[in-house]
Structures are given as C-alpha cells and as structure tokens.
Design a binder for this molecule. Structure first.
Ligand code: SF4
Length: 342
C-alpha cells in the first residue's frame, strides 16, 4: 500500500509529469491496483436542482448569469420533483443521489428546503451528495444533520492561475468551505478543470493543492474544459492547446498522489475518443459521469458507455449495498466548473 502524503512539493509533481509516458502509466497503474480493482469503474449521475443565474464569473461556466450562453435560469425544484427523480435513479440501480444548485452560496433560507430534499432522498435508502456553492460552518452542520453524506466543491485550478479564471471569490473561500465540510464530518469531493490555458506546472499546482489538503478528497473530478460559446474561455478557444496525452498524464499523476481517492472523468468526456478514455482508465481513472446531461453540457450516451465498458472488460463498481447496476448519483462537476454550480 502506498502511504498517503500531504507534503508534495511542486518539483516532485513536475518530475512525475515529466516521466516517459509508459513509465508514468506503469507507476499509476501499480498504485491503482494496490487500492482498487482496476476492472471496476464507479458510475455517477447528477440532478441539477437549480440551474443558471449564478452571480459568479467563473470564465468557463455557462451558468454564470453575466454570460450569454442560452442557459435559462430556473428556480429551485420542489422537494416532490427531486424525490421523484431520486426514486427513478434508485429504480435504475442508484445507490447515491447528488443534487447540484448553481449558487454562489445558499442563502440561510434555502437550507431548510435543501435539508428537506436530503432527508427525503435519504429516506429512500440512498446516499446523498450535494454541490451548492460555498458553505458556512453552520450550513455545513445543518446539511450534515439532515443526512448529507458527500459535498462537492472544486478548487478549479492552481492557486497562481486562479485569478485568471475567477474574480468573484478567492481560493481561500474554497478551502474554507472544504474545511467546514470536513469539520461537519461529511466526505469531500473536489477537483478541477484542465485545458483552460494553464501551464503544466499549473496543472501540477492544482494536484498539489488537492493532495496537500488535510485529507485527500474522497473523489477527485478532473474536468477537461468544455468550450461553451458566450463564456470567456469558450470564446477564446484555449482548450485546443491541451494535448490528450497531457490529460492522461494529469490523471496518472492524480492517481499516484491520491491513491485511495476516486479519480473521476467528468465534464469534457463527451469529446474524448474511446481510445483516450481507455488510456485514462489505464492511468488510474476509476469513476465517470454517466447519463445524457452533465448539468448544462453534454455527456456520452449511456449505450456508448456500456459498450465501451464491454469492449474494455470493465464493470460498474458496486457501492456498499448497491445492486449489480450500481450507479452513484453524485455530482462533482457542477461548480467545479464547466457545468453547473459552484
Ligand atoms: S461554476 Fe458554479 S460558482 Fe462558478 S459561475 Fe458556474 S455555477 Fe456559478
């Protein structure tokens, strides 16, 4: 077993990125096998319970109200409607259900509404996950008391590149929210987005910031920028600069640094070839988003996913008491960028 570390230096991480590609994949695959069955992939889905109209300015996000992306702002769904979706997810084999809302942070008046959703989803026998933006300590405890198991909040990018992407909140705000989530006893889901024009060293910086948190996130979503017309990054066409092999390297280094975390392919998967996804699985990715929609961007349809699993000899990961078709309806991409919430 690889010991968990929280003291990674930038030089060490860059040295991993610089390894010959086969050597990097070998090391990552070895770490993967030490902690997981490499034939299993966790499958996640997500319900956007409140879409668009966000006051933040994340340069990749179609849900920011200041950008003209055609995303229509919606009100918070009713508890009944959310519970019906959760029932459907459970009937399809889900063991965990994630609710995402495009908020900078929930108002205190929103918390009882979300808490009611969490309680009712939990009563169905599902694990619960949410991504609602920044949380205060009090809000985190209230959500935990309602039965929330997981909370997603992404760091997005390296600290030194962060100011190029977001101006309406600080990296420290994100770290504070993750601390509140941990303090409340919930599990964390946190990752970032690559292909936004950052350097390799800055990609290393994102992974450094994640791995050197007091606890590794339980899930680490690695999003590849989805260029959405109307957003600053969508109009700048920066993602064309990211070499697919560089994306695989990022996955492999994340696996080596955070050996027990679920490394998740999230937004951007719909533009990846089957071959690229296969390389990501070989490099230690063991979780994907599954379904038609990833909040406001597309996702490969489920038939293509299952066909790819069959071709690669992979199977959906069983989650605790879940069935053969276990689907983890968890978020991860939402506010982390690209799609939905903060
Ligand atoms: S990523 Fe989240 S916080 Fe940023 S604009 Fe989109 S919904 Fe708002």
């Amino acid at each position: 077993m690889t010991p968990l570390r929280h003291d990674w230096s930038r030089n060490e991480i860059e040295a991993l990125f610089d390894l010959p590609f086969p050597e990097l994949l070998h090391r990552a695959a070895s770490v993967h096998r030490a902690h997981f069955d490499p034939a299993e992939v966790q499958v996640s889905t997500l319900l956007s319970v409140k879409t668009g109209g966000c006051p933040e300015d994340c340069a990749y996000c179609p849900q920011a109200q200041r950008y003209h992306t055609g995303v229509e702002a919606t009100k918070l769904m009713s508890t009944e409607a959310v519970v019906e979706k959760a029932r459907q997810a459970k009937a399809a084999g889900a063991s965990r259900f994630c609710m995402g809302a495009a908020w900078r942070s929930p108002h205190d008046r929103d918390i009882p509404k979300v808490a009611a959703m969490i309680r009712e989803v939990k009563a169905l026998g599902l694990e619960t996950c949410a991504t609602l933006g920044m949380l205060s300590n009090t809000q985190a405890h209230a959500l935990r008391d309602a039965g929330l198991d997981y909370y997603n909040h992404n760091l997005d990018t390296a600290p030194e590149f962060y100011g190029e992407i977001i101006h309406t909140r600080e990296m420290q705000d994100r770290l504070d929210t993750l601390a509140h989530v941990r303090d409340a006893g919930m599990k964390t889901c946190s990752g970032g987005i690559v292909g936004m024009g950052e350097s390799r060293s800055q990609r290393a910086g994102l992974l450094q910031a994640l791995a050197n948190l007091p606890a590794h996130p339980d899930s680490v979503p690695i999003n590849r920028l989805v260029e959405v017309q109307g957003t600053p990054l969508g109009d700048a066409h920066t993602s064309t600069l990211l070499d697919p092999f560089e994306f695989v390297r990022t996955i492999a280094v994340a696996r080596i640094m955070m050996p027990k975390s679920m490394v998740r392919l999230s937004a951007g998967r719909e533009t990846m070839s089957d071959e690229l996804q296969a390389l990501c699985f070989a490099a230690g990715a063991n979780s994907i988003f599954y379904g038609e929609k990833l909040l406001t961007t597309g996702n490969p349809d489920t038939e293509r996913d299952m066909a790819l699993f069959a071709r690669l000899g992979l199977r959906p990961m069983q989650i605790e008491n879940a069935t053969d078709h276990a689907i983890d309806a968890c978020s991860t991409t939402v506010h982390a960028g690209i799609t939905a919430a903060a």
